[in-house]
Design a protein around this ligand. Structure first.
Ligand SMILES: Nc1ncnc2c1ncn2[C@@H]1O[C@H](COP(=O)(O)OP(=O)(O)O)[C@@H](O)[C@H]1O
Ligand SMILES: [Mg+2]
Length: 415
């Protein structure tokens, strides 16, 4: 992830608003022919540089279906290396010969939900909570085994399942031994972190596995992927020559992620469109890359727990109050306590507060510097690492924290 202090902050808010409007506009664009072609939901007909993966996966699955011997496959690789697209591509062609079920991380909050979801996919009316595990498993088994068929279960982004539901997953993998009519093959998609967890999991030892590795795309490969979409996505001659090489180079320095390369190209087009021109230029791409980095950082802050947001709000609020940027940890703690009281929330202990400071420091959102105060010992000096004008709207986007805007106003006026 791009680190915060390396991002240049420029006119974040107005651009975000203008781009939202542009996205809604759609038709009649001097730049885009079909913008949806650049979105993650679009599955292209061709996947350049994944031909070999497609061939191998197709062959293994087709053999498994034809010979009636299920197989388990794990596809591993970093984000944006084409795992989901490849598996969708391959199984789309197999759908007439096998029953394909796709599950992703949204269903993974609990192992129960995964099993219940699968049972429902086979027309069993099971509740999404509450049944004893044995009953649920029995229901799933009878549902799958109701016909002679080959079932392919795709488990996308399976970190949660390996992490929280290893037992359940191991059970699912052993299901084949108990089935009389049906067979189940599993295809699991893992990023590098979940793949390393998987290596030590019960699921790993519960069955035999074939592996297929997806390496990050090179700059040239990313260029081919982008050129392949240009004709469908853009009006003829809408791109300056340097645009695609630049998108590919920037996406490659961010780990060869094709999803990012496509997002960068789309946002560049949106920015060019908003500037009223007919040509997407290299400076639009650079601007788009900053915009995306800021949006991602805003999402990261939005996802923090409310207590951590309050710690950030405390530093922000002190900055407004004192027209300074460095505060002792005691000052920040006192302001944090005031904000908690204002919001009717429990005040955490100073020790827990220190943990939060350390976590926010590790996330590069603030700096906690230990300074020596001579014979008075040592103390911590805290300062924000991100501009207040960026942080404030992001924090106040949280409905709970919006109440704090009144505190802001009061303290600012009081100074
Ligand atoms: N070889 C490829 N050719 C064309 N588009 C690709 C290719 N690989 C990935 N993409 C596109 O990049 C984005 C991310 O790919 P995805 O399959 O979701 O990656 P992963 O599942 O590995 O994170 C999608 O929009 C996809 O269409
Ligand atoms: Mg994926």
């Amino acid at each position: 992830m791009q680190s915060f202090h390396r991002i240049r902050y420029c006119m974040f808010e107005p651009v975000a608003e203008r781009m939202r409007a542009a996205a809604e506009e759609g038709e009649g664009s001097p730049i885009f022919r079909a913008k949806e072609v650049l979105r993650p939901s679009y599955l292209p007909d061709r996947l350049p540089h994944r031909e070999e993966h497609i061939t191998r996966l197709t062959r293994v699955l087709a053999d498994a279906v034809r010979m009636g011997s299920p197989v388990n496959i794990v596809l591993s690789g970093a984000m944006g290396t084409g795992k989901t697209s490849t598996v969708k591509h391959v199984t789309r062609d197999l759908e007439t010969r096998a029953h394909v079920v796709y599950i992703n991380s949204e269903i993974f909050d609990t192992p129960y939900r995964v099993v219940a979801y699968l049972a429902r996919k086979f027309n069993k009316r099971v509740p999404m909570i509450g049944w004893p595990a044995e009953l649920l498993y029995a229901e799933l088994k009878s549902a799958i085994d109701a016909e002679v068929r080959h079932v392919i279960v795709i488990v996308d982004e399976f970190e949660m399942l390996v992490h929280n539901g290893d037992e359940t997953f191991a059970y699912l993998l052993r299901l084949n031994r108990e089935l009389k009519q049906a067979q189940v093959s599993f295809i699991c998609l893992a990023d590098d972190l979940s793949f390393s967890k998987f290596q030590n999991s019960k699921a790993r030892s519960a069955a035999s596995w074939k592996g297929l590795r997806f390496l990050p795309y090179t700059t040239d490969e990313l260029k081919d992927i982008l050129y392949d979409r240009v004709e469908l996505a853009f009006v003829a001659d809408a791109l300056e020559e340097s645009v695609i090489p630049l998108c590919a180079a920037l996406a490659n320095s961010g780990l060869g992620d094709a999803g990012y390369a496509l997002e960068l190209l789309r946002v560049s087009g949106e920015i060019a469109e908003q500037s009223g021109g007919k040509l997407v230029r290299a400076d639009h791409v650079r601007y788009a890359s900053e915009h995306i980095a800021q949006s991602r950082e805003a999402e990261r802050i939005t996802a923090l727990p409310v207590q951590q947001k309050l710690v950030l709000s405390a530093v922000l609020s002190l900055g407004r109050d004192r027209r300074s940027s460095r505060f002792s940890s005691g000052e920040v703690y006192n302001r944090y306590c005031e904000l908690c009281t204002h919001m009717g929330l429990n005040v955490l202990t100073q020790r827990r507060f220190s943990d939060f400071i350390a976590e926010l420091d590790a996330l590069e959102l603030l700096t906690a510097e230990v300074v020596s105060r001579g014979r008075y010992g040592r103390s911590k000096v805290i300062s924000l690492r991100i501009p207040a004008e960026f942080l404030q709207p992001v924090l106040f986007g949280d409905a709970q924290l919006r109440a704090l805007s009144f505190v802001e106003e009061r303290t600012t006026v009081a100074v």
